[in-house]
Design a protein around this ligand. Sequence first.
Ligand code: FAD
Length: 516
Amino acid sequence: MTSGSNSLMWFRKGLRIHDNPALEYAAKNSTHVYPLFVIDPHYMKPDPTAFSPGSNLAGLNRIRFLLESLADLDSNLNKLGSRLLVLHGEPGEVLIRCLKEWDIKRLCFEYDTDPYYQALDAKVQSYALESGIEIFSPVSHTLFNPADIIQKNGGMPPMNCLSFSKIAGEPHWLSSSLSTTPSVIPPVGDVGNCEISQVPTVKQLGYDDTQEDEPPVFKGGESEALRRLSESTKDKKWVATFEKPNTDPSAFIKPSTTMLSPYLKFGCLSSRYFYQCIKEIEKEFKNHTSPPVSLLGQLFWRDFFYTVGFGTPNFDRMRGNKICRQIPWNNDDELLAAWRDARTGFPWIDAIMVQLRKWGWIHHLARHSVACFLTRGDLFIHWEKGRDVFERLLVDSDWAINNGNWLWLSCSAFFYQYHRIYSPITFGKKYDPTGAYIRHFLPVLKDMPTEYIYEPWTAPLSVQTKAKCIIGKDYPKPVISHETASKECKRKMAEAYDLNKKQNGIVSDEDLQNLR
Ligand code: FAD
């Protein structure tokens, strides 16, 4: 390593200064460090034709969260004598230009397993190697290196979370101090002809945020992430006895899980630091819960999906994806739009979809409910379509986790009990018999008597009139009969499973057509 050279710290995820090995490395022995973030039109080009404000791939909630996270990163870098440089454009081109312009000798960035970054990084790395630039790209977004796990498992990713955790064991960094931040970062050097901008606002990027009627639920950034982490782990007993299946999907005043996912997604919070904090708390309790249901277990699920996503070609689609059952999903844009726009006529489903649009976050079992309803439970629509809607609306939208869970919920991979369907009527009632969640997110139903809140179409007209909500006028009639649709879904899933078994998963388009 040359002493007295220029380093470029390329931020993408990992928007933090704690537990950031790439930043730490860049800060060592450099004369100048250039901390850079590139505003990428692939994710952030406004799309006026999209079904809600935002870009084609990312809704407004997520874009705002990212920009807030960048502003916070800039402020944290300022405290260490540095600042965040923001440039706009195709990141590969921008990077190569900066490497030349700033005479960079060392390029540091967090390793990323998402296919988009794999392709981008290959391009940048090839230029850097040719130009004699040192590359430092450590794995720090996940607890483990997915490639190591795959290697330990004989070249294949493990296919369930339990075998994943057995193979993974204890992380090697468990006893190191991960909350450390560099005490100082060498100053930014001359930026030459590069047009550096401040962190933009959503408005400056061309988005209209004037339609929003409620303040955002999440505030982006490392400072907020660490504040929320300390808030979430204050009740040590809650952490030690956390059991995911016992958390309540309808809790909205005080949600029943940590809500840290957006911070983990963007790396405002290090999953390794979070892991260490949980471990420390567990030490104080003789009888704490264990993976896969414990809080630590949730981080294993995250790493599990990262590993399978990394080791499975075409993980994000049905075709060409070896672990995905081939299923003759229906193409029905009207039903898809009814689901997406909270117009299915099933209050439990519609309330969840409203929360998703407003908050950019919903509880795990709420995600189960709406994903099952869209795919194998009722509407029989392709999981890839639901995945796209989630990708756009979730603040925590994450390539590996989102695809992995849609594969799971649609019984396309990992989970095969397609006869176990979440009822859009009785599932929510178990948690919230009075329908407080529905009344909050669907105020049109706020005066519907409790006995009809999950099935308002069964209320007599006099009751609907009194509740000022006429079904079919003020709130839609159900788009399907759950009883009939779910039976039909099970029949189609059984046929598709048979065909997949007979043909060993090699099912042609024609075979799928014949099942329709
Ligand atoms: P907690 O229960 O507090 O868990 C802590 C952390 O563990 C989470 O923040 C998350 O990083 C991780 N985690 C928890 N559950 C899972 C899980 N099942 N799989 C992987 N990691 C998990 N999570 C995302 O982060 N991004 C997504 O795009 C995403 N898409 C999903 C799509 C579907 C159809 C389903 C069913 C689930 C999806 N999840 C996704 C997983 C899960 O629902 C969320 O991670 C969780 O609800 C986030 O809330 P929390 O932070 O309060 O979780």
